[in-house]
Design a protein around this ligand. Structure first.
Ligand SMILES: Cc1cc2nc3c(=O)[nH]c(=O)nc-3n(C[C@H](O)[C@H](O)[C@H](O)COP(=O)(O)OP(=O)(O)OC[C@H]3O[C@@H](n4cnc5c(N)ncnc54)[C@H](O)[C@@H]3O)c2cc1C
Length: 468
């Protein structure tokens, strides 16, 4: 069954044959490195920038700007490109979003800025904001210009940021801009969090994370990488810092709980993608992907690029109840990914290695408190799908153990509860941002939350409000 997400709920994807080619999928060598939002030439950037109506103004911001969680001033940066000033454009972008280059590659722009472009209402293709944003930042970084703001007068207050993913990078950057002495901790050896290790390589491999990180360094942020903040270090930070920003994201993949999940060929989604990112490509033939979110789609599309002969996504409800972005769904279908709706795995069959997924058809019951329908198995509906690879992509678990060691922090289903205006937790020393609050959303949402928390810390420590 191939019913897609409800078109009434989500904007239909605008076909972009000039920007998106399926043909490269037949060449596995090319397929693994081909980017979805590839760079454009100077000339194409000019031409595309001229399509922008530069709508909005100080009193009525443009719809694209309103749709951007980081509040990037889109008309101003596109205006700068149209007069041949890409570096100025990059400065405008980075002023609002220290991960502007990353977001140009990974943001669901079709749902955000480009989805709100006024050209959509005139039946025209929206301005390709993502690729213009990428163009501007690439130009600046290529010229070695990191566009680092001037170092402010230090205010001598120390803030620790735990987690160097998008929320932590943004929080650290904003706090350093305000004069705080910021130390950024991460258990991993490099910055970027999920961007470096989980976001599908056809969106972003690594660049421009290095330059985005270097900007923090230039601004005076201290890095403590390969450093897990445990109970002991946490206590040390509590006594030496004026505030602590928790930007710890989510933990390991949740398990579907099927018997046989230790068989060779069964992967949690993060491990599967991490291997692809490290060019240690798993060998795949027939692949089942368990889950119906954007990670499941990325895994399925990466499996196609790895040369899988068949890729089937299993989801227990109808298509309309997924969190999929419709453009990704449509492109996945175009690439040959199949969807088995109302289907759940009950067991992985095999003998050391997985050979099949035993599935059951599901029927839907009442909507639960979230509005999504409960589902239950249809008696006697068992069937087998032959596979050699299963990837479970049903979300990540919260870092509840670490969080429960911090007194006063309130958790809802393992997620940190904060004042949404300030990012302050129930423990006045701790602020929080990113996936740890929402269970996993987007990079640009983590950027927004990082900005909110940095402003919240500044307001608390200095009594000064910042308009984000
Ligand atoms: C497979 C996958 C694909 C995705 N694709 C996209 C996409 O295409 N576009 C998009 O916009 N978003 C995507 N996302 C979502 C996006 O990656 C996240 O929303 C974003 O990275 C969240 O940022 P964060 O800073 O909150 O957390 P993270 O990126 O998870 O960073 C948290 C960091 O904290 C560190 N940490 C945790 N605990 C400690 C500790 N105690 N001590 C020290 N360090 C610690 C971790 O090592 C990690 O580096 C995807 C997510 C996944 C899982």
């Amino acid at each position: 069954m191939q019913a897609g997400p409800d078109p009434k709920r989500k904007r239909k994807a605008t076909p972009r044959p000039d920007l998106y080619e399926v043909s490269h999928l037949s060449d596995p060598g090319k397929a693994m490195t081909a980017e979805l939002k590839s760079p454009i030439s100077h000339q194409d950037a000019f031409l595309e920038a001229y399509r922008c109506l530069l709508c909005g103004g100080p009193l009525t911001p443009a719809p694209c700007m309103l749709a951007c969680p980081a509040k990037v001033d889109v008309p101003s940066f596109i205006g700068a490109i149209s007069v041949g000033e890409p570096i100025e454009a990059a400065e405008i972008i980075l002023d609002d979003n220290p991960l502007g280059g990353t977001c140009a590659r990974v943001c669901p722009t079709e749902e955000l800025c480009e989805g709100s472009c006024v050209l959509n209402s005139t039946q025209q293709r929206p301005v390709d904001i993502a690729r213009l944003q990428r163009y501007a930042i690439d130009q600046a970084f290529k010229e070695g210009d990191l566009l680092v703001p001037q170092r402010p007068q230090p205010n001598k207050m120390r803030v620790a940021v735990i987690g160097a993913g998008p929320a932590g990078i943004t929080g650290a950057f904003e706090l350093a801009k305000l004069g705080y002495k910021v130390t950024l901790y991460d258990s991993r050896p490099a910055t970027g969090g999920l961007v470096r290790c989980a976001i599908a390589p056809y969106r972003q491999l690594v660049d421009p994370l290095e330059q985005e990180t270097a900007r923090l360094w230039e601004l005076g942020v201290e890095f403590r990488l390969t450093t897990m903040v445990d109970a002991r270090l946490k206590e040390e930070l509590e006594s030496s810092c004026a505030a602590i920003l928790l930007a710890i994201g989510m933990g390991e993949d949740a398990s579907a709980g099927c018997e046989g999940d230790k068989f060779k060929g069964v992967f949690p989604s993060l491990r599967f993608i991490e291997r692809i990112k490290a060019t240690n490509y798993p060998k795949v033939g027939k692949v089942a992907v368990i889950g119906g979110g954007n990670t499941a789609i990325d895994v399925a599309r990466e499996a196609v690029r790895l040369g899988a002969s068949e890729v089937t996504v299993l989801y227990p409800r109808h298509a309309e109840e997924t969190t999929l972005f419709s453009v990704d769904y449509e492109e996945a279908v175009e690439e040959g990914v199949q969807f088995a709706w109302l289907t759940s795995p009950v067991k992985y069959e095999g003998n050391g290695s997985v050979t099949a997924v035993r599935c059951m058809r599901m029927m839907l019951g009442d909507p639960g408190s979230s509005g999504r329908h409960r589902f239950s198995p249809v008696d006697g509906s068992e069937f087998l799908i032959e596979v050699d690879t299963v990837v479970e992509a049903i979300g990540q678990l919260p870092r509840a153990e670490f969080l429960s060691q911090i007194p006063g922090i309130e958790l809802t289903a393992g997620l940190v509860k904060v004042n949404p205006e300030t990012g302050e937790t129930g423990n006045g020393m701790y602020f929080a941002a990113g996936d740890a609050l929402n269970g996993g959303a987007t990079v640009v949402e983590a950027v927004r939350l990082g900005k909110v928390a940095a402003a919240g810390i500044h307001q608390k420590l200095m009594g000064q409000a910042i308009d984000n």
